[in-house]
Design a protein around this ligand. Sequence first.
Ligand SMILES: [Zn+2]
Length: 310
Amino acid sequence: MKPILLLLGFLFFGSCATTIDLYKEKQLSATMESDNAVRVVWLGTAGLYVSDGETSFFIDPFVSRHGLLKVLCGFPLPPMLPEIQAWVRQVDGAKAQAVIVSHSHYDHALDAPFFAQTTGAILVGSASTAHIGLGAGLPEKQLQIVQPGSRFTCGRFEITFIQSRHSKAALGRIPWPGEITSPVIPPASASDYRLGEAFAIRVTHPKGSFVHLGSAGFVEKMFADMQADALFVSIAGREDTRELLHHSAATLQAKLVIPIHFDNFFKPLDQDMAILWGADLPEFFQTAGSFAPDINVYTLPIGRSTVLFP
Ligand SMILES: [Zn+2]
């Protein structure tokens, strides 16, 4: 019963019309296009597709959205291969070079090996993530294990893995902690996808830099001496918005903040988006506005390519 109780704290959700209106009102619009602009597509949850027109990669792509009861009851969660293939086509990502995973929970890592399989990309993540890749049948040459401090080059993108911490998103506790020590053979249940290492991912490119924070946790001074133009920050399960912004956006001097991982991921992606209960998007906007008025907070539309750096 314990995993179910843990999940209940994390996963109560609902949808409020005014919050959805806020999400739509605040969407970043594509401006000043150029052929080699850095563009992003949000896939929902913490999933991103990033491209500069030459090179592209995914971070935490997850589209196999099973219902809440199935997850809570520990049923096996098969990857939804037709959806994965459709999303690769939709973002024009067949030539993606890497699939990068911030941590090994199922809503970040379950689909990652299958995005790698569909595109031929390398799966990059912790040792736990590599076990998810092996279990899915990826050959070892398509796996790269990284540690805090590791760097990975992808075309003109330079990617650095920074030690982070998962938020205490489940009744004040970190959900499904621990390492994965043997291959996870799908379909597996959510609790088989243990956390592993939690990374913040910093991406630099001649056009600009950004940080992806896959969970709303942080380590003090994790971004000391680092700068980023933009921050993608997961906000579900955050403990304190000001503290989170202080240790991420403020330290990084990021002028653009894009909240992610506030959508209800128990609902199929092809349905209208709903907000996870407790993710409290309005509070995030309000607190960010009073915390640092020079920070611009925008949302991204799911599935639509948007210019990040023209
Ligand atoms: Zn997680």
